[in-house]
Design a protein around this ligand. Structure first.
Ligand SMILES: CC(C)(COP(=O)(O)O)[C@@H](O)C(=O)NCCC(=O)O
Ligand SMILES: [Mn+2]
Length: 924
């Protein structure tokens, strides 16, 4: 047969073909002889590896350990409590190794209409049998840091104040009042409910204090409302990327505020009345102005004039209103003409409610819808105008608006924005906050002493959207869901209601909500709920161990995503791609869990939950904040994990690894017969060609059904003719091999961001790693912390390397030097056990569980490993194209990928599907 490399020499026996046939084609009851003569039994169910047979080698260690889930009620287990890190520290973190449930504490903002609850839960990570431990220790130089900040999750929940009991039930069912924070991060005493003190702000903190004592046995510590608002806003603006956004003509745009240039700013809190607060720093603020015409005025007057029963109802009415019937416009005064001399168009409101004077109409003759809209515009303009004047008065660049009046209501935001824009002649912009409803509660939460929240940095926070997000959204929370079963039942119950949301909502480009300041709400108003554009607030995961990748050339300017989903066409396209991939993914996921009824039920719930996320994003593309394609791909993985599909491609990965490892020795032999130059080219070709084995690409999965892996691999190699679509190979070759007889210095350390299991890592990246090792370059294989599609994980790599090392001395010695072969079978080809010195081969986890990588948030061990690296190699479509394609690094970077999507090929590299990218960039 033709050589795999496309070069005539490389011959790998027909066994390969036989082995490969078994990967994709019915491998029921087939027996496969691998290279070592070991009998590998085909599984009864090709995807079921829960009941591994004796003869089958389990290359992927169980991953269930890496994620912890719990369904039972939280209770502290203090056994074996130990101080983490330095016990001499004043407030050391106390680890509770046997504490496996959530422990929580919370704070409240009890307003007139809504109760906002912020609570914290902690998942204690379990220790895992990680074969990379030695490597990790070595890379970190033994100086792993102890983190004084709590790792855990912040949850944001709302209740109606009139249904206070629901809130109390929620707290009590989650036992939030039994976990508390006091002088230590984790108090080593058992929780003592009697003395528990809960921080709360808002009028209800006074009104309902006795009820809290009676029902939950907790005392309420009242915090000043304004202190809390400011503390909440400061935290959000510093710690959450793209927390703020502008809202003009229905279009949201997220803004990144430089933390070092945040103060001073004007915070306008529009509650019943309006407060304008000049914020100069943490805890440094002054209420500089306000107005008594606020949310209470809108609601009060609105109720009198329209007989509406609730604030929301009144807002809803405004969506269908036409204020021109009641407001006096410039055109009404000037016979339909603009008053252009002073820059007023005919549609400008000259006098709110002005027509009511001249008309002979009574209140009943006016439509409540029109009255509501007229009121809303009157009050919003007024607030916008006064705010701008105050910003001007103090020379403040930024104005942030919040408070219950805003509530993510598009028309309100647009109206305020318009007023600020109009009066400032475009010099100032109104901004809004994604978490604006929670400023007070968050501030109250932060008033617990020594919480460590203030110390958190933006890269240590990851926002995730759980399955309920599309349903509850920015609205009132549903019942607390204890365990997986309850979650699934909840998803099932939403089938009917869910169809509303799961069916793609007719697409309207995110155009105007109808204002431009002068217009009435657009057609969107009639079809969408008034709060459809309200943004969702996810769960904030606090991960103190995350760090910014130190080799980013300019972390502030770094944008991981190549594809921005705020472009509606992109969103629509990827929505379709991901929706169409869903049935296949569910099949794999269910099979990976043994295809049981339980797995099927979970698979169904997963599909429903993920579809609902997608539909919610189609309804409101900004619902989950600033999203790129990488976030969507990660959301899918998170959603799978939520339904306890911990490694959907586990058995596929295992089989591909086995097959590839079986042919690796032949490939290495062939490579060794080549001269340096041919070898380098063959190695890079090998990486590109093997990147075709990607179970996330529709086109590739279709290919797998059409041919054997060998056909595909051959086709892939044949496509390897240079020049590739992006081809910097000559530059790279010169850097590696030099020119005109000059030998360049080898790299000191290379970080290889590996991608897929099987051929991709074994026949592509490992041989490349070996080449670097042979040249004296230390190699760090960087792999996912958690499974994502068929990507190889850091936990799986040591076994793969150990297996490869059996047949290769270079790999064996390097792996030993890197501590990867502690207890591995190190039988060498010649049976010797000598340990010649070698540069090390190491493995680190990257901190992610996604096919893409956001280098602003990587594991601390990767950050440590990066400090000595002078070359990074990013491989695969997810890591090198969807993300990081435009990223610049302080060291040399090589980006290698095959483009396995036609549209991306056209857009990104003006090419075709299966074209390749080999981009080499010197240090910048
Ligand atoms: C999920 C992926 C980024 C994984 O690619 P990889 O990083 O493994 O090369 C890629 O398969 C992908 O973008 N798939 C969706 C597009 C499609 O099915 O065409
Ligand atoms: Mn991949």
């Amino acid at each position: 047969m033709a050589g795999l490399t496309g070069h005539p020499v490389l011959e790998i026996g027909d066994k390969f073909e036989e082995l490969q046939n078994n990967i994709f084609n019915n491998n029921k009851n087939k027996e496969v002889i691998d290279k070592a003569g070991l009998v590998v039994k085909g599984e009864e169910n090709s995807n079921n590896n829960n009941n591994n047979q004796g003869g089958e080698r389990d290359m992927a260690p169980p991953t269930s350990n890496s994620l912890h889930r719990s369904g039972s009620r939280p209770q502290l287990d203090l056994s074996k409590a130990a101080i983490q890190g330095n016990s001499e520290e004043r407030d050391p973190t106390i680890l509770l190794p046997n504490q496996s449930d959530d422990i929580s504490h919370f704070a409240l903002d009890i307003g007139g209409s809504l109760i906002k609850l912020v609570y914290f839960s902690r998942h204690e990570g379990q220790s895992i049998d990680d074969k990379r431990k030695k490597t990790v220790k070595e890379i970190s130089n033994g100086s792993r840091r102890s983190y004084p900040i709590l790792g855990g999750r912040l949850h944001f929940v709302k209740f109606e104040t009139s249904k206070l009991n629901e809130c109390l039930d929620f707290i009590s069912s989650k036992q939030l009042h039994n976990g508390r924070i006091d002088s230590h991060y984790w108090n080593s005493e058992a929780p003592n409910k009697e003395n528990a003190v809960i921080k709360a702000t808002g009028g209800g903190a006074y009104k309902f204090a006795d009820l809290f004592k009676e029902r939950l046995g907790v005392s309420i510590d009242k915090e000043d409302e304004m202190d809390c608002l400011v503390a909440g806003a400061n935290f959000l603006l510093k710690a959450i990327r793209h927390e703020a956004f502008t809202h003009m003509e229905g279009h949201k745009e997220f803004v990144q505020i430089d933390h070092n240039d945040l103060f001073p700013y004007l915070l306008v809190n529009v509650g019943s009345g309006v407060s304008m607060i000049k914020v100069d720093g943490d805890g440094k603020f002054q209420r500089v102005s306000g107005t008594n015409v606020g949310g209470g005025t809108y609601w009060g007057l609105g109720r009198l004039l329209t007989k509406c029963n609730s604030f929301d109802e009144l807002l809803e009415l405004s969506q269908r209103g036409d204020n021109r019937t009641i407001d006096m416009l410039v055109g009404d005064i000037y016979g339909g003409m603009d008053y252009s001399k002073i820059g007023l168009s005919a549609s400008t409101i000259a006098s709110s409610f002005g027509k009511a004077i001249s008309d002979k109409k009574e209140l009943e003759d006016h439509r409540p819808e029109d009255i509501s809209l007229s009121l809303l515009r009157m009050i919003s303009y007024n607030i916008g105008q006064i705010s701008y004047l105050n910003a001007l008065r103090f020379g403040l660049k930024r104005i942030f608006f919040g408070g219950f009046f805003i509530r993510g209501h598009a028309y309100t935001m647009d109206t305020i924005s318009f007023a600020v824009h109009f009066w400032s002649q475009g010099q100032a912009q109104a901004m809004f906050l994604r978490h604006e409803g929670f400023l007070g509660a968050l501030g109250a939460f932060m008033s617990y002493e020594k919480l460590g929240l203030d110390d958190l940095m933006v890269h240590q926070l990851v926002e995730r959207f759980p399955m309920g997000a599309p349903y509850t959204g920015g609205k009132i929370h549903g019942p607390p869901l204890g365990n997986l079963n309850e979650k699934i039942s909840w998803m099932e119950k939403f089938v009917l209601k869910g169809t509303e949301i799961t069916a793609p909502v007719p697409m309207a480009p995110p155009g105007t909500t109808g204002l431009g300041g002068f217009e009435v709400p657009s057609s969107k108003g009639g079809t969408l709920r008034s709060d459809a554009s309200a943004l969702n607030v996810g769960v904030l995961h606090l991960v103190p161990t995350l760090e910014v990748f130190p080799l980013l050339a300019n972390p502030k300017m770094y944008e991981p995503n190549t594809i921005d989903l705020s472009d509606h066409c992109e969103l629509e396209y990827w929505f379709t791609v991901l929706s169409e991939h869903l049935p296949d993914l569910v099949d794999k996921a269910v099979a990976s869990e043994g295809g049981t009824d339980d797995a099927k039920r979970r698979g169904d719930a997963f599909a429903r939950a993920f579809s609902a996320h997608l539909a919610r994003l189609m309804e409101e593309p900004a619902a989950y904040g600033k999203l790129g394609l990488a976030n969507l791909l990660e959301l899918r993985e998170e959603c799978l994990r939520e339904f306890q599909f911990l490694d959907a491609y586990r058995s596929i990965k295992q089989r591909e690894n086995e097959v590839s490892l079986a042919v690796l020795p032949d490939l290495l032999m062939e490579l060794d017969r080549m001269d340096e130059e041919a070898r380098l080219l063959t190695l890079i070709e090998g990486v590109l060609a093997a990147n075709i084995f990607d179970w996330g690409s529709r086109a590739c999965v279709d290919l797998y059904h059409k041919g054997t892996i060998i056909d595909i691999y051959r086709m892939s190699r044949n496509k390897m003719q240079r020049p590739w679509r992006v081809d910097d190979f000559d530059l790279f070759r010169e850097r590696m091999l030099g020119s005109e007889g000059k030998k360049p210095r080898p790299h000191k350390r290379a970080l290889l961001f590996v991608d897929n299991s099987g051929a991709d890592v074994v026949l592509g990246m490992l041989p490349l790693a070996r080449e670097l090792l042979r040249r004296g370059t230390e190699v760090v294989l960087v792999a996912n912390s958690l499974p994502a599609l068929n990507d190889v994980t850091a936990m799986e790599l040591p076994d793969i390397v150990a297996e490869a090392a059996k047949h290769c001395d270079i790999l064996r010695r390097a792996a030993e030097a890197g501590g990867l072969l502690v207890d591995a079978m190190t039988n060498t080809l010649d049976g010797s056990k000598e340990n010649c010195s070698s540069v090390p081969l190491m493995v680190v986890e990257n901190g992610c569980g996604s096919p893409c990588i956001d280098l602003r948030q990587v594991s601390s061990e990767l950050a440590s490993a990066a400090k000595h690296a002078d070359l990074i190699i990013l491989e695969g479509m997810g890591r090198a194209l969807h993300t990081n394609f435009n990223a610049w690094f302080k060291c040399e970077a090589l980006k290698l990928a095959m483009v396995k999507n036609q549209r991306l090929a056209e857009k990104l590299i003006k090419g075709e599907i299966y074209d390749c990218v080999c981009r080499y960039e010197p240090a910048s």
